[in-house]
Design a protein around this ligand. Structure first.
Ligand SMILES: N[C@@H](CCC(=O)N[C@@H](CS)C(=O)NCC(=O)O)C(=O)O
Length: 200
């Protein structure tokens, strides 16, 4: 299988963590792609032109990252990451959606600051940063159980917090959020987190 990636992308980091946790590294070739250049091979896999996109061995493609994660989870019995059904599954999917929503706000606020100066909006940027803060506050008061089995939601949250550190260090998000800080400290000991850190 081929996975179109940028090593800086938080969505890609989450998928790479899944690949490592599931023991699938030998089956997935990472292909560096620059989505804003609209490369033909990426567009063929994902007409929306976003990474990550996964091209399976039969040539069919999957996107976006939650679908790719669920597919990869189905390929091996190691570290099951998504309960088959019931409330447990809903809770994992809710945490994944929440984490991805924080990632969306963080990514879009980064991109907002990359527009030409006369096209930037402080209001739009602040609204996105507020979403990050509110999301992290809610997670501080309802922090996932670090002793629970590893799951897709936790991997999404680890990738999301890693990205806030990477691009929004000025938010000092750990201040006043000891529970979430301890949670990230613990999950960041995993090889899958260490191996997928954005290149310096
Ligand atoms: N919801 C998507 C988001 C993916 C995404 O926005 N990726 C960014 C890179 S971090 C991208 O490819 N941006 C290019 C574009 O939006 O055209 C997912 O979870 O896979």
């Amino acid at each position: 299988m081929k996975l179109f990636v940028s090593l800086l992308s938080p969505y890609v980091r989450k998928v790479r963590m899944v690949i490592i946790e599931k023991g699938l590294s030998d089956r997935v070739e990472l292909v560096e792609s620059a989505p804003y250049d609209k490369p033909a091979d990426l567009i063929a896999a994902n007409p929306l032109g976003k990474i990550p996109a996964l091209v399976r061995d039969d040539g069919t493609a999957l996107f976006d990252s939650p679908v790719i994660c669920e597919y990869l989870d189905s390929l091996s019995d190691k570290n099951p990451l998504l309960p088959a059904g019931g409330e447990d599954r809903i809770q994992v999917l809710q945490l994944l959606a929440f984490a991805d929503g924080i990632t969306d706000a963080a990514y879009l606020s980064t991109m907002e600051r990359r527009r030409p100066a006369d096209e930037q909006s402080d209001t739009a940027w602040q609204a996105l940063r507020d979403k990050i803060s509110r999301g992290l506050d809610a997670l501080e008061h309802n922090t996932p159980d670090i002793n629970a089995d590893l799951n897709l939601g936790a991997l999404g949250l680890a990738a999301s917090l890693g990205y806030v550190d990477f691009r929004h260090g000025d938010m000092n998000w750990r201040d006043g959020r000891p529970n979430l800080t301890a949670w990230l400290d613990e999950i960041s000991k995993r090889e899958s987190f260490k191996e997928t850190a954005p290149p310096a």
